[in-house]
Design a protein around this ligand. Structure first.
Ligand code: GLA
Length: 413
């Protein structure tokens, strides 16, 4: 009974939030997946010979080719997003932003066409202030002009940063830039950094519910950097703030823990599994940021694991709930599709060991809301092996190596 109630209240909650308080652009019904330049290429303006961190049209086209040719697109990777440092230092005489003439000689509409021709989507970046975080022209005073320019360039996604402005300005500016985007009539996913700046720059509690009314996704926490410590920081932040942010998370409105750090050599295989498992369990946006040629065969296998991606792209979009156990094991629990008979959802469990030593846990599914009276069949998501059938009332022991995760999906039979 308790289980049924949990599941129905979750589903009901999702349904209610779908009816009210949601940005009415119909976009990002599942969390965006793709690639974004910042994490690895940062402000790659120096493209002289031999510099492998050059942000230019060739790079963007090569990411589109890789997505198209190497199976990423079929796995759901779709958006290719140029972050900061793409523009000329001055606007045109008519006040428009101009792409850097050397690095983007054919302009952004050309890139949009190139990306769209491969069935992919194109994203760009601006800041809500007069300059961007890296001091390129920003959109303050130009919301309508810039929204029109971006729409003319056929972009599908806009990341809007929040450096260098006051808290009061943040509260109104994101709403009016979103309105200007909507008025263009072009469907553009709206990614905001608003709550991050409220919390970490202005030292206040963000109203995530309000942000969710106006933005499709939003950053809550610091920029990810290429290290395990950074990923642990993200996990701890989201675990500690789960109750505050999870209710606003769902189709069309996503908490964004920032990019994946695949392809950077920063993580062991076990840490890489933790990173991707937790992000999928959260229904977080999955945005790579790396030289796509540096993704290892094992990382690629994870990114193209359709059982894993299906957890992240589940249509219910429920953010997995964390349960702390003794020691450093966190169990993340996520109900998702398929539902048996419209009543019994599948559940995924990520048993994450943040300690360096192997841990053994004793696991009883009934505690976490599993309510099917028939057994479940259990898939080990990383190995692709169905390990056994089991009822919600049985228990099992699970061994989790240090800095690693075991990820099981329980499908109701
Ligand atoms: C901020 C953002 C990053 C990136 C840079 C660009 O730090 O959080 O994701 O967009 O600005 O300057």
């Amino acid at each position: 009974m308790f289980g049924i109630r949990i599941v129905f209240s979750l589903l009901f909650f999702t349904f209610i939030l779908d009816q009210v308080d949601v940005l009415e652009n119909g976009l990002a019904r599942t969390p965006p997946m793709g690639w974004m330049s910042w994490g690895y290429y940062m402000c790659g303006v120096e493209c002289e010979k031999g510099n492998d961190k050059c942000l230019n049209e060739k790079l963007i086209m090569s990411v589109a080719d890789t997505f198209y040719e190497q199976g990423y697109q079929e796995a759901g990777f779709e958006y290719i997003i140029i972050d900061d440092c793409w523009a000329e230092r001055h606007r045109s005489k008519r006040g428009q932003l101009i792409p850097d003439k050397k690095r983007f000689p054919r302009g952004m509409k050309f890139l949009a066409e190139y990306i769209h021709a491969r069935g992919l989507k194109f994203g760009m970046y601006t800041n809500i202030a007069s300059i961007t975080c890296m001091k390129f022209p920003g959109s303050k005073g130009y919301f309508e002009v810039d929204a029109k320019t971006f729409a003319e360039w056929d972009i599908d996604y806009l990341k809007v940063d929040g450096c260098f402005v006051t808290e009061n300005y943040l509260k109104t500016a994101y709403i009016s830039l979103g309105k200007s985007l909507n008025e263009t009539g072009r469907p553009i996913v709206y990614s905001c950094s608003w709550p991050y700046y409220i919390k970490f720059v202005h030292d206040n509690e963000p109203d995530v519910g309000k942000v969710a009314k106006y933005c499709n996704l939003w950053r809550n926490y610091h920029d990810v950097v290429m290290s395990w410590t950074s990923i642990m920081g993200v996990i701890h932040f989201y675990v500690e703030n789960y109750e505050k942010i999870a209710p606003y998370h769902g189709p069309g409105r996503w908490n964004d823990p920032d990019m994946l750090i695949f392809g950077t050599g920063a993580l062991s295989n076990g840490q890489t599994r933790v990173h991707i498992a937790v992000y999928a369990m959260w229904s977080a946006p999955l945005l790579l940021s790396c030289d796509m040629n540096k993704i290892t065969p094992y990382e690629r296998k994870l990114l193209l694991n359709l059982n894993l991606m299906a957890i992240g792209q589940d249509k219910l979009g429920i953010m997995a709930k964390p349960y702390m156990t003794d020691g450093d094991v966190i169990i993340f629990v996520k109900p998702h599709q398929p539902l048996k008979g419209n009543a019994y959802p599948a559940f995924s469990f990520a048993y994450v060991n943040l300690d360096i030593f192997e841990r053994d846990i004793y696991f009883s599914p009934k505690i976490y809301g599993l309510n099917n009276t028939d057994p479940y069949t259990i898939l080990n998501v990383f190995t692709g092996v169905y390990i056994r059938n089991m009822t919600a009332f049985e228990s099992m022991n699970i061994k989790i190596p240090g800095h690693d995760v075991v990820l099981y999906t329980f499908y109701p039979l």
